[in-house]
Design a protein around this ligand. Sequence first.
Ligand code: HPA
Length: 274
Amino acid sequence: MDSKMKEYSDALEFIRRQYKGEQPEIGIILGTGLGALADQIVQERVIPYNFIPHFPISTVESHFGRLIFGKLGNTSVVAMQGRMHYYEGYSMEEITFPIRILKLLGIHTLFLSGAAGGVNLDYKLGDLVAVYDHINLQTDNPLRGSNINELGPRFPDMSKPYDMKLVNRSLELAKEKGYNMHKGVYVAVTGPNLETPAEYRFMKIIGGDLVGMSTVPEVLVARHMGLCVCAISVITDECDPDNLRSFNLDEVIEIAKQAEPKLTDIISTLIKEL
Ligand code: HPA
């Protein structure tokens, strides 16, 4: 067995001993300030990441680190409360390890949430954005190295990275509910620094609408394995190169928190409808 597959099977075996309920259909990654969707899940089992063999542990204070199994409506879900970022020092392989585990646990669809900067100046603080495409400016790739053929192809297709039915449905739901929502192209960077004015200008010129330090590695690994993907971000800072304010983490977390009920509402409705 490939040594990576051995690590996956160690983690799976441990999780299956801890959680003997229904196979989850949906995986959810709860990002910065967006962990409260966990409260809507009727929880059946909670497993801290540090108990699971080979699982990386998030070092960011604003993130919990636990896997939550339970029900959202009638749907069995598994949520990652807290995600790992490349800027924390993990390898791309480490930060996407949990996505492989979720797939092997049986999910067919992955929902991701997170905070992002608004490069598109029509976006306002607290607006939601359904990601419909991305531009990867990260300098490393989780699929680099020998391919695990059991999981997916060497050269995974990226012609349809995000599920357009879910993008369109989330926009409809937002309209019905009176939430400001857009669809946009996510530019992925590694961070941890924020961007310079010239970098934000560049991102706009190349066709980006929002920028963030997460999401894309997970999406690459999820699409490699054929998972259906839906990513929704909250705009936590406005990236106007000609009028750029200094970055304030407390403000970003506060804005993400304020938007949390809207995002929770959209994602939980989408899941209940699936
Ligand atoms: N840039 C990169 N990542 C981010 C930003 C940003 O402006 N805002 C939130 N995450």
